[in-house]
Each structure stands twice: as structure tokens, then as C-alpha cells.
Design a binder for this molecule. Structure first.
Ligand code: KG4
Ligand code: ZN
Length: 365
């Protein structure tokens, strides 16, 4: 259509059922024509984490309606599209399968080309959709399921410099909230409590800062908060509102300090190779945290690096990023294969050492 490309995107790899329509204009700019996201927090609330079977069933029940709403909101029908992109992994396999099956059905019925997209590539390419960022750039992905540094060189070229070896930061925020009887998802609640607390009261560890490189660990920090909480309970018979605020502040400061220092190291590696394009982009729900953002911006200012973060609705899980990644892959020459399969694990950088562990939000990559 006049050199523009319009793709439907479908996302169902964790606990958000999402569909979106995105257009790439002939001048390269991206336009989100619609982005529907239906969260499942209420369905999983009683279980303290995402239950894969419940998630898969909800995706299967809701995805087709979600696609209809996305098309209606964009004012388009399937015949106006140039292609379909679907998250083919990594993630909870039942959910990924729901999306892939629907996408295959749409493609078979309409003849539209279908591309499988890596969920992490969707996050990593979002700053090109929202800010028109040119390659290369350094991306820090921090969410409930992911945490890694990536040099993004092309739609299919990512170099992982490091990442968490256990929990993702958002997962740790959620677990701390649970320990302190705060609601889920815990990140915003912990941040709100932390504002009222002192980060200095509890001496919490800064895991892996004593080791070189960009790998991180957040699971020990969570245990340290649990011990500090239990010590207060043993001493006083319970925790006060102030104790809780101080624990939240201490935890948040530790996460931000680790992420800021590891970001500094990742930037040093990136800048040594790409001195002419000093750019850090962040994505993922945890990037909403204002203390973390401020710390990252300070690191960037010190190193003369531009800092960019897509708007939150496109930073967290959504299908616009999947549609956009599909368009980028299409333009880079990817052609649909009938062998498109759902993959629970799918590292973006196949040459990087595998990550350890599999958190409550699904397989890590
Ligand atoms: O990217 P996202 O929507 O979903 C994935 O996990 O992929 O991220 C959700 C995570 C949750 O763990 C939530 O607690 C965390 O992001 N989060 C925050 C904040 N807002 C959301 N963590 C810290 N501070 C926040 N303000
Ligand atoms: Zn995600």
C-alpha cells in the first residue's frame, strides 16, 4: 500500500493477551494504529504467580476477540493487512501455542504472510518504532520475566553482554511485595512504600558487583530482605509500617545500584566498539521505576550517552512491538515458513552462554 506496510501483531507468551495493528510509513516511521492488551492479573492473583494452564486457557478464550478489537480500533479489516506477526517464543508454551495456532489460522484463511517473532526481539526493537532509533544501540531489558543487556545491530542481530542468572528484577519486586503483604504486581507498590522509607537502615547486599562482567543476580537479595524482615519480627513480634517502608527502600536501592553499575559496565563494552553512537534504551515494566530511571540517567549523563525509554504502554508486554518486529524482519528479507513452531526457550543471541533458571513468569532466554 503506497510503500507502507501494515501488520497485525499477536502476543500471548505470558499473562497479557494482546493484539495490535502497526503501520510502517514509506519514510520508515512507525505508527501504532491500535494496541489492545488484556491483562490476566485477576485470574492469577489467588496463586501468587502466573499459573501456566490458566494463562493458556485465558489466551485461547480471548485472543480472537482481542484481534477483532484491534482491527476495529484501527478501522481496518484483515484484507487491509500486509502480514501477520506472532510471538513464537520464548515464554509459557501453552500461551505461545494459542497465539501461534490463531495466527496460522488467520494466515491460512487469508493468504497473508505469517512471521514468527521472538518476544525479546519485540522489546528490543521497540525504540525504533517509538523513537526511530538507528542501529546499533545498547538495550537494557528489565521486566518481570527478563533482564539482559543486548547490543542491537539489526532486526535479527543481537549480542547479549550479560543478564540475570536467576530472578528477573520485576519478579524480585513481586516477591518482596508478597513477603511484605503488598498487592501484586508488586513493583509499583514497593516503589510507593520506598518513598516513605530509609534505604540506609538495612544493610542489604549488592549481588555480583564484586565480580567482573554484566551478569546479575537478584534471588539472594530477596532472601536477605526475608531475613531482615524475620529479624525485625523476632525482635518486636511484627513489622510496623515504617519497617516495611525501610525494607522496600533498601531493596529498591540495592536493585537500582546493581542495575546502574552493570549498565555502566555494559556501556563501556558497547562504547569501545561503537563510540560514534552512544545510546542506551531501556524497556520492560521495571523501567517504570523512577529511582532506577534516575540512576540510569545519571550513568548515561556521566558517560555522555543518550538515554531513551519508550512510553510505558509500549515498554511493558504488548502486541505492537510484535507487529513492528514482524515488519522489520519482513523488510530484512525474512520469509514465512510453514515450519513456524512455538518455542518455550529461544535465546536472542545463540552464541551467548545459556542463562540459568526458570522463574515464575516462564522460561528465561
Ligand atoms: O514488562 P512487564 O509488563 O511484563 C513482563 O514481565 O514481561 O513487567 C512487569 C513487571 C512486574 O514484575 C512489575 O512488578 C514490574 O514490572 N514493575 C515495576 C514497576 N512497575 C512495574 N517494578 C518496579 N517499579 C515499578 N514502578
Ligand atoms: Zn516481555
Amino acid at each position: 500500500m503506497n510503500g507502507s506496510l501494515t501488520f497485525l501483531g499477536i502476543e500471548s507468551s505470558c499473562d497479557d493477551t494482546a493484539a495490535a495493528v502497526v503501520r510502517r510509513l514509506p519514510d520508515g516511521r512507525g505508527e501504532v494504529l491500535s494496541s489492545e492488551v488484556e491483562g490476566q492479573s485477576a485470574l492469577h492473583a489467588a496463586f501468587g504467580g502466573v499459573v501456566p494452564e490458566i494463562a493458556a486457557r485465558a489466551h485461547a478464550e480471548r485472543l480472537d476477540h482481542c484481534v477483532e478489537r484491534a482491527l476495529a480500533a484501527a478501522g481496518l479489516t484483515l484484507s487491509d493487512l500486509d502480514g501477520v506477526a506472532v510471538t513464537a517464543g520464548p515464554g509459557l508454551i501453552g500461551g505461545v501455542l494459542s497465539g501461534v495456532m490463531l495466527a496460522k489460522g488467520i494466515s491460512a484463511a487469508t493468504g497473508l504472510p505469517l512471521l514468527g517473532v521472538n518476544h525479546l526481539a519485540g522489546h528490543a526493537l521497540t525504540p525504533r518504532l517509538t523513537d526511530g532509533l538507528a542501529f546499533p544501540y545498547l538495550m537494557l531489558l528489565v521486566s518481570g520475566g527478563h533482564c539482559q543487556f543486548l547490543i542491537v545491530r539489526a532486526p535479527d542481530q543481537f549480542q547479549r553482554l550479560g543478564g540475570t542468572i536467576d530472578d528477573a528484577p520485576g519478579e524480585a519486586f513481586d516477591k518482596i511485595a508478597k513477603l511484605l503483604a503488598l498487592p501484586q504486581p508488586g513493583g509499583p507498590w514497593v516503589e510507593a512504600e520506598a518513598v516513605k522509607g530509609s534505604a540506609k537502615r538495612f544493610a542489604l547486599p549488592r549481588p555480583l558487583l564484586d565480580r567482573p562482567g554484566c551478569d546479575m543476580s537478584f534471588s539472594g537479595l530477596k532472601t536477605a530482605v526475608l531475613r531482615a524482615r524475620d529479624a525485625v519480627i523476632a525482635e518486636k513480634g511484627g513489622i510496623t509500617v515504617q519497617d516495611r517502608a525501610d525494607l522496600c527502600a533498601g531493596f529498591q536501592a540495592a536493585v537500582a545500584a546493581v542495575l546502574a553499575e552493570k549498565t555502566r559496565r555494559a556501556l563501556e563494552i558497547y562504547l569501545a566498539e561503537n563510540p560514534g553512537v552512544p545510546v542506551l534504551a531501556v524497556a520492560g515494566g521495571v523501567a517504570a521505576n523512577s529511582v532506577l530511571r534516575a540512576d540510569l540517567e545519571t550513568v548515561c549523563t556521566r558517560l555522555g550517552v543518550a538515554f531513551t525509554a519508550p512510553p510505558l504502554r509500549l515498554c511493558t508486554d504488548n502486541a505492537a512491538m510484535i507487529a513492528w518486529a514482524g515488519i522489520e524482519r519482513h523488510l530484512a528479507g525474512a520469509r514465512p515458513g510453514s515450519d513456524l513452531t512455538a518455542r518455550p526457550r529461544w535465546p536472542l543471541d545463540a552464541s551467548a552462554a545459556p542463562m540459568i533458571g526458570s522463574g515464575k513468569k516462564g522460561a528465561k532466554a
